[in-house]
Write a protein that binds this ligand. Structure first.
Ligand SMILES: Cc1ncc(COP(=O)(O)O)c(C=O)c1O
Length: 413
């Protein structure tokens, strides 16, 4: 019996699921079973006799337990992680990948990104996602249309473009714009487009895009899901069985599977996801207020602030009182030199390129996530020379603010 079938678990809240779904049950094995799944460091698996090996090669029918034959096709650690995330997101299943980018690549292929197809994508998608669309899919004859899908006319644009695939992020980087998922998914359904959303910034603790009509939900598990800055992975959760089978097939064909050890680390992270997200969000809201009132700061972008353009939308879409752990702000001195001085003066916050860690991380988008954009493109995206992104960690908020304050003073001295 899988945990999902276990009657008493059906009513568990997400916080309980994330802890309990990822542990082993005594009735699934012999007399003693470790509560934490061992790491299956094996390239291949024995099945007793040839008849059983032959059966193991077959793809499982929906709801059937998976059999393992060869590591590139999957492993028990990745499968457990997939089951936990699929249930957390309310999908029919999930596939784990070696990185967020591998997950995005396979999700696009599964959604039908083939020659002649048209993808309508948000213009402020993660920089490498845009590079993947332009450098890998466009040369193969996939039409890529980038536009603002956070604005009020997004649904109208979908109806007029008639794309095959629509691709958005729940919250954009670095200006943390919030996408109206309901408007996007209903317009996409009208034109028969498959909908993809990168939910890395929100996680199922803040938002479950399948409930808002999306077909595929993507995560860079390198970020909040793993959460400790020590593992790289990606996940795609599917709302539909046919897309799930296709994702599995691409994971194996592309050799993009997540390894047993990384799966173990990410599942370990997922158990504390709900607690960490609470703290990330609480800290970020306090720090957004602190920065808004700081004399060296011109502007703060955070959906939890009432002046944020999509504040009401964020309140409607996200878990009550939770607006994520990401924010960005603009220094009053709008120069690269001032931003560098600020980042060089930090002592607690780390000037490092990632997000969603327990550690507070600070990045300068023009040299990291948005490095490939020209000055004009940066300007068009609203990313100024004084713009700094903060991924607020789970340290004490006062300690983070103290560090930001002293670095801001140094930067403006
Ligand atoms: C929103 C978002 N999606 C996807 C990715 C890619 O994930 P990975 O670095 O795990 O390949 C990133 C990486 O920063 C990201 O920020």
């Amino acid at each position: 019996m899988t945990l999902a079938d276990h009657h008493s678990s059906a009513a568990w809240k997400l916080e309980t699921q994330l802890v309990q779904d990822g542990r082993q049950r005594w009735n699934e094995g012999p007399a003693h079973v470790s509560i934490v799944q061992p790491i299956y460091a094996s390239t291949t698996y024995l099945h007793g006799n040839m008849e059983r090996l032959d059966q193991a090669f077959k793809s499982p029918a929906p709801g059937e337990k998976r059999s393992f034959v060869y590591a590139r096709q999957g492993n028990p650690n990745a499968t457990q992680l997939e089951e936990v995330l699929a249930r957390a997101e309310g999908g029919v299943g999930a596939v784990a990948f070696g990185s967020g980018m591998a997950a995005i690549h396979a999700a696009l292929l599964a959604a039908g990104a083939a020659p002649g197809a048209k993808i309508l994508a948000a213009q402020d998608l993660y920089g490498q996602t845009i590079a993947l669309l332009r450098q890998v899919f466009a040369p193969q004859g996939v039409e890529i249309v980038l536009c603002d899908l956070c604005c009020a006319s997004a649904a109208e644009r979908i109806r007029s473009e008639q794309p095959d695939i629509v691709f958005v992020e729940t919250i954009s980087n670095p200006l943390v714009k919030v996408t109206d998922l309901d408007a996007i998914s209903s317009a996409a359904r009208e034109v028969g487009a498959v909908t993809l959303v990168d939910s890395t910034f929100t996680t199922p603790c803040l938002l479950r895009p399948i409930e808002h009509g999306f077909d595929l939900v993507i995560h860079s598990a390198t970020k909040y899901l793993g959460g400790h800055g020590d593992s790289t992975g990606g996940l795609v959760v599917s709302a539909r069985e046919s897309l799930l089978q296709s994702l599995r097939s691409y994971a194996s064909l592309l050799g993009a599977m997540l390894s047993p050890f990384e799966s173990y680390l990410i599942l370990r992270g997922v158990k504390t996801l709900a607690l960490r997200m609470e703290r990330h969000c609480e800290n970020a809201l306090r720090i957004a207020h602190f920065l808004r009132d700081h004399p060296a700061v011109a502007r703060v972008h955070y959906p939890g602030l009432p002046e944020h353009p999509q504040h009401e939308q964020a309140r409607r879409l996200l878990a009550p009182g939770r607006f994520g752990g990401l924010l960005s702000f603009e220094l009053k001195q709008q120069t690269r030199a001032a931003a560098f001085r600020f980042m060089d003066s930090l002592q607690l916050c780390a000037p490092a390129t990632s997000l969603g860690d327990v550690h507070t991380l600070v990045s300068y988008p023009p040299i990291s996530s948005h490095r490939d954009l020209s000055r004009a493109e940066l300007q068009q995206a609203g990313i100024t020379e004084g713009c700094v992104r903060l991924s607020v960690g789970i340290e004490d908020a006062e300690d983070i603010m103290h560090d930001l304050d002293q670095a801001l003073q140094q930067a403006t001295a």
